[in-house]
Design a protein around this ligand. Structure first.
Ligand code: GLN
Length: 548
């Protein structure tokens, strides 16, 4: 194996660039296809990274509400990014960074800043070449960062959108400049017309035609379909789209997103890519870790139900990383984790008993704003008093602190100053260095910070080490002034940021498993490394179910 790796790294003298475009409709799963291809190439010993281009004007999705954009995913370096980066990390187990998510806003901002500094030496600044050069620069700079063998760049939106034109033009130029080192995969839909009883290739032909009008010939067509493509259809797509029949890859609806790497391997997507970029296919891939995970995922021995309490429950994408973390933790415990989505506002109307009865664990979700906050606080109380395993993430942790203050410390109307700045007991307060910040977007406490875990705690039992690092996204924090009072009454700070002395983890004594974390463990859970907090939370829920 090692000799193979050595051989390959010599052959891969420079980076190959793969672009993934989408046609016909959005939501075809470009992110999953990109992440699956990355996983397959990685399993062959290559160094791969994935990048997402988002054609909107926002600098990043940090200011977009979850209805617009689902979850905002946070990287180690504190970038607020598209949720597809979460898939990239979960599949590849490789951290991403700000350089992995570029938006039109960010591209324009840097070009305009440069113009203001006079760096264009008096020339007229235009989409071509200045914007397209900036796009190409961000692809090439990412490649250099870690001497990647492959950079897979997913272009958000659908071919034909006005917004994505500069990106497609940048791809056209790179293909023209770099020939075989650039490959374009076009993901498209082959719909099934029930009335005709047929799969239809026309939308695919049209979207490839649109790409051709913009000067780009795709090399590989990945066809999303509900039914298998027969050889006649594959040939037809190949002929009309000007690709080899072996370059037509079927992507059939899968039971789980985690099946996709295996399905893509069966369709030979990885070997087709290598062939087209002139990299010899010498070694076979080792994907046994992934297969082991799938085996456990598909054959759970037990089942538990966890309530996820939040205000965006009608919108699954808002809690994407939390859902996926439970998939990883479930597989690692050989258990199926069913999620009961509970709207925190509904708790305010119907009560906890009605909505949370019989669950094996309760998670109170992260969030911003006052809506549904009292429902979240009631959910914490229900978990604490009924000794149900509890995990509070970010705002969920803050709710746990507020609940304890009100109902155990008897600090009437204790609150977070985010929701009541006149409260007599501001047990959660704005962080000192956030007070002067007025602009939104990239201004929170973001990204990875170290935390010291205290021995003989649930946290230590969970991590097995004292020095951890987790990702953050918040403005408010546990108010230190109340720490002694809380600890005296049984809510302990069991994880502390050693530099700024901030409370990062709280636990409640005399409870089987109760943890509130100011950080977001869900951003770091991957297939290869399920997050220990989720793994242990699921374990605690399984114990409760068995009455242990
Ligand atoms: N709104 C809270 C804060 O800013 C919690 C944020 C979150 O849950 N990500 O501190």
């Amino acid at each position: 194996m090692l000799t193979y790796l050595y051989k390959i790294r010599v052959i891969m003298a420079h980076t190959k660039f793969i672009f993934v475009t989408g046609g016909v409709t959005s939501s075809l799963g470009k992110g999953i296809i990109s992440a699956s291809l990355a996983k397959l190439l990685q399993s062959r010993g290559f160094k791969v990274t994935i990048q997402k281009f988002d054609p909107y004007i926002n600098i990043d999705p940090g200011t977009l509400n979850p209805y617009e954009h689902g979850e905002c995913y946070v990287t180690e370096d504190g970038a607020e990014t598209d949720l597809d980066l979460g898939h990239y990390e979960r599949f590849s187990n490789e951290p991403t960074s700000q350089a992995n998510n570029i938006t039109t806003g960010r591209i324009y901002l840097s070009v305009i800043e440069r113009e203001r500094k006079g760096e264009y030496l008096g020339s007229t600044v235009q989409v071509i070449p200045h914007i397209t050069d900036e796009i190409k620069k961000s692809v090439k700079e990412l490649a250099k960062r870690n001497k990647y063998d492959f950079v897979i760049t997913e272009i958000g939106g659908t071919v034909g959108d006005i917004e994505s034109l500069p990106y497609i033009e940048a791809v056209r130029q790179m293909k023209w400049e770099m020939g075989k080192d650039v490959l374009v995969i076009h993901l498209t839909l082959v719909p099934y017309l029930a009335a005709a009883g047929e799969l239809k290739t026309k939308p695919t032909q049209h979207s490839v035609k649109m790409l051709l009008e913009q000067g780009v010939q795709p090399d590989i067509i990945v066809a999303r379909t509900e039914h298998p493509l027969n050889s006649h259809l594959r040939d037809k797509i190949a002929r009309f789209c000007n690709v080899a029949p072996s370059s037509v890859i079927e992507s059939i609806d899968a039971e789980s997103i985690y099946d996709v790497p295996i399905l893509m391997h069966q369709e030979k997507l990885d070997t087709e890519v290598l062939k087209l970029v002139n990299v010899p296919v010498e070694n076979d891939l080792d994907i046994s870790d992934w297969e082991n995970f799938l085996e456990k995922l598909k054959h759970p021995k037990e089942e538990i139900e966890i309530a996820l309490v939040g205000k965006y429950v009608e919108l699954k994408d808002a809690y994407k990383s939390i859902f996926e973390s439970f998939v990883h933790a479930g597989a690692s415990n050989e258990a199926k984790v069913s999620i009961r989505l509970v709207h925190s506002e509904l708790i305010e109307k119907e009560g906890t008993e009605e909505l949370l009865k019989d669950v094996d664990g309760i998670l109170v979700a992260p969030g911003f704003g006052e809506r549904g906050i009292e429902g979240k606080i009631s959910a914490v109380r229900y978990a604490r008093e009924n000794k149900i395993p509890f995990l509070g993430i970010c705002l969920g942790m803050q709710c746990a602190v507020i609940e304890y203050a009100r109902n155990v410390l008897n600090l009437k109307d204790a609150h977070s100053t985010e929701f009541n700045d006149k409260t007599k007991f501001p047990v959660i307060d704005i962080m000192e260095n956030q007070k002067k910040i007025s602009s939104l977007g990239g201004t929170m406490r973001l990204g990875a910070y170290p935390c010291k875990v205290k021995p003989e705690t649930i946290a230590f039992d969970t991590y097995g080490i004292m020095d951890i690092s987790e990702r953050h996204r918040h403005r408010f924090e546990f108010n230190d002034k109340y720490l002694a009072q809380f600890e005296g009454a049984g809510m302990m700070a069991t994880g502390i940021n050693p530099i700024e002395n901030l409370v990062e983890i709280v636990e409640v004594k005399d409870h089987p498993w109760f943890m509130g974390v100011q950080f977001h463990p869900e951003y770091k859970s991957t297939v290869a490394k399920p997050h220990p907090i989720f793994v242990n939370f699921v374990k605690a829920a399984l114990k409760r179910k068995k009455g242990m």
